[in-house]
Design a protein around this ligand. Structure first.
Ligand code: CUA
Length: 196
């Protein structure tokens, strides 16, 4: 029978106890897995940020949520799609429980589009799938997102921040129409859901 070592670290371990070296090796493996995941995720964020202009909205602009309907940029008559002197369009939308106002928006294709949104109550989300448009809409702030649609098409616009019991029903639509067709539309037609 071997003499038990005088160094307690060198004594054989009782059954079921994993040696420290094995624990350290396993931890090192998991650390490598985590580092790899972190590097992959950072690479995706940087790549999509540079190549697809996908990044969080950086605009910090405050607005009084209680008086949106009374004065300022977000009064009812100013909502929807407006044409700017330089040919671009600006879309102003108010998000509220549980709807976007206006809920149907038409914008021209191949034109710079600037969305300006704010919330009248809770935090909402504004997302156009397959585009770079994805922002939180926070009461008290104006969210601004710029984009351009290459071709005509329909986009469903779900609220993607949980904002209360009616959240799942909070949907709106953005319709991208050919540039020439948009030029001939009246403001009323630009905010209508009906097909043209
Ligand atoms: Cu608005 Cu969810």
């Amino acid at each position: 029978m071997a003499e038990p070592s005088s160094n307690p670290l060198l004594r054989p371990l009782p059954d079921g106890i994993v040696p420290a070296q094995v624990v350290a090796r396993t931890e090192k493996h998991w650390l490598m897995v985590m580092l790899t995941m972190l590097i992959v995720m950072m690479a995706i964020i940087v790549t999509t940020g540079i190549l697809s202009a996908l990044h969080p909205a950086s605009n910090v602009e405050v607005v009084e949520p209680q008086t949106l309907h009374l004065r300022g940029e977000f009064v009812e008559s100013n909502l929807g799609t407006a044409t700017e002197p330089d040919g671009s369009v600006t879309v102003r939308i108010i998000a509220g429980q549980y709807d976007f106002v206006p809920r149907c928006i038409r914008v021209p294709a191949s034109t710079p589009v600037k969305f300006r949104l704010t919330s009248a109550d809770a935090v909402h989300g504004f997302l156009l799938p397959t585009t770079n448009v994805n922002t939180m809409v926070v009461p008290g702030f104006v969210a601004e997102v710029r984009t351009s649609f290459a071709a005509a098409g329909e986009y469903a616009m779900p609220c993607d921040e949980f904002c209360g019991l009616g959240h799942q029903a909070m949907w709106a639509h953005v319709t991208v129409v050919p540039k020439e067709q948009f030029a001939n539309m009246t403001p009323f037609e630009r905010a209508r859901c009906a097909r043209q």
